[in-house]
Design a protein around this ligand. Sequence first.
Ligand code: AKB
Length: 317
Amino acid sequence: MEKFLVTGALGQIGTELVVRLREMYGEENVLPTDIRMPERGPMVGKSFEILDVTDKERVMEVVEAFQPDSILHLAALLSATAEENPELAWHINMGGLFNTIEAARIYGTQYFTPSSIGSFGPSTPKDNTPQHTLMRPTTMYGVNKVAGELLLDYYYTKFGLDTRSVRFPGLISFMQEPGGGTTDYAVEIYFDAIRKGEYTSFIDKGTYMDMMFMDDAIDAIIDLLHADPEKLKTRNAFNVSAMSIEPEMVAESIRKHIPDFKLNYDVDPVRQGIAESWPNSLDCSEAKEQWDFNPKYDLDKMTEVMLKNIKVKVTEQ
Ligand code: AKB
């Protein structure tokens, strides 16, 4: 049975990825790690390691002890937090990536880490952004993501490391709210729709960004990890997305279930600036051609699942 080590396991992606991997491969074959122990949720009381990815010695120790087949490195600061503290972002995002990819090289594991739409910048073509194009981001997060993509290519070419990655758009989930991202409005809006019947968006009307429901994101990671290596020509990161949306479109979709839902705006100039430097929509054809990327959720289907599950969550609280 394959074994997976996950860093940043208590984050938005890790929370759902660990559950899915454990369902597929068994609890003993998936080791979640993070800088703190889980206090609630499905990881409580199961095997878990405290791991600060900037501590190289400890990264090596945990990898050596668990002997994973794949390292899934998720620990990172998101775009808005990284912009508030660029030095810390460099330390965590680049330090963590370097230590974990080195561990993958030394212990001969497969390596996955997500890139992002944040790797693009204002000079990138905005619509149907190609897989291979200008990448000159103007945020620290974007600089980290481009450097990360280049490292994945470097380790693949120089050391033959089995590197795999995707450029994730905003990820939308009800299990774990994100923190510090530019696309977070698209998650908050659903929680506030249930809790308050209204939402004040920090991203302006008409600002299009790519998004994807978390189920599709988890499928994408697992499918890419198992894709035939012979067919993978892209080793830095594949464009992936399920929808290109802006706040009014999400509000309209919510109103199909909550007709009185109100959307207000109080635009945050920092996050708005970041959003405007990112693409409106991505061309995902290489992911479709090389490993059959095929997201299942469009906006309305996602809205239905989000509202239903958040309602249950909020009622139980
Ligand atoms: C963020 O907004 O920072 C992330 C991302 C798109 O990488 N969700």
